[in-house]
Design a protein around this ligand. Sequence first.
Ligand code: ZN
Length: 151
Amino acid sequence: MFDDLRELYQEVILDHSKRPRNFRHPEDANHEAHGYNPLCGDTVNVYLKMGHNGLIEDAAFEGKGCAISLASASMMTEIIKGKTEAQAKTIFDGFQKLVKGEDDNFDAGDDTERLMVLAGVKEFPMRVKCATLAWHAMSSAMDGAEEISTE
Ligand code: ZN
């Protein structure tokens, strides 16, 4: 990766971790899950408002943890809002492969570039769980499970 690109990505991650988007608990959320990553100590609560036909009408989170976990949760809420459950899970699958270094041709449509910001964690296996924590919680929330741990 080029140094200037890496710097830009770090700036995006820092910005999202310092000023997380959708950092709130919506009162009308009808699905939620708590996620915990014991390796790093990250915790996250993901709140979803699922509408008719599996549409994610609102997505938000609260939690504390490292910059990667917060930035990933923040970006996730922005990306999945307005998508269907199936679309969100497809993006999650691709994103998991991306951060594990298993997919060199990652394509999530309009969201590809934004998620590439987190692709650098594939060089740091410990960080993969930080980056995917909120996504696991989102997936569990949609499935009706309320607790997930990365262990
Ligand atoms: Zn972490």
